[in-house]
Design a protein around this ligand. Sequence first.
Ligand SMILES: [Zn+2]
Length: 309
Amino acid sequence: MSEESSKHIFVVTDIPGKHQGIIASEDISRGALVLAEAPLIIQPGHRTNKSIATALQSVSKEDQRAYLSLWSSKSKEDSDGVFKDIFDNNCFQLGEEPRGGIFLTGSRFNHSCSPNVHRHWHAPSGKLRFYAIFDIKAGDELCIAYFNIENVTSEERQARFRKHFGCDCQCDICTLPANELQKSDARREAKAELDSVILSSYAAPRRAMQAILRILAGLKLDRVEEGITDVHYLAFQVCVAAADAQSAKIWAQRFLDSRVLMCGSEYDTRECTKLSSFIEDPRSHQAWGWGTRANLLNLTQSWQDSDSE
Ligand SMILES: [Zn+2]
């Protein structure tokens, strides 16, 4: 059995205008584990049609048929390179490694530029885990992001989508009216510039924190939960450099909470332990007090307020 849990909470079904997709069959709470699935086959970064065909010999006939039913840009009669084409179009990378795996159910998640599900390779169990990052209603489609969407404009996203799938992304964000799409693009461009804003703002921590709050508000509006995590961490770093322990603790806790939401409570014990030690004592961070000192608590708490609305 390559798959565990929760199958009853969704169905894999044909979706008009798309190949197949995954629909919630009941309400799913934010943070819930939707699916944990082991790979059918694993391949290194350098793979060939032959290496994939060999790997497929060790799986059942039923799974071989299921593999061949996955999306491909080549026709199934075109046997030349079809195994590799299917693999390249449907595989998920396993953590930081160049290895990729095929997940027969996980491959059915369609893409959205405002995904409601986040995937995370959990190395200790050898499974790809999918978590709900919003409350999801029965009947809603469950979508993941196939590629980075947080700081990329719709034009760049569409170019990437077209290159891979030969059509336009039809997600809720990409189909917004032109003026709203423009605002969404501006928010994502602002996120792309955040790193440089922060770097140049250690001398002006309040300005950095205000920029962070604007970006967070934009990500919330765009429902890009995945982008919020690393902004929490930047906010933590700004507070550490400004030697504001109370605010640093709050942001470290927010970062930890958002990582747990995306990746489950035992996502990475080493990172968890390190973060917990910073929540305990932000002064132990190597960048403690490096920048201009500032009290950022009011700004920090103003986000907490808007966050809990
Ligand atoms: Zn889209």
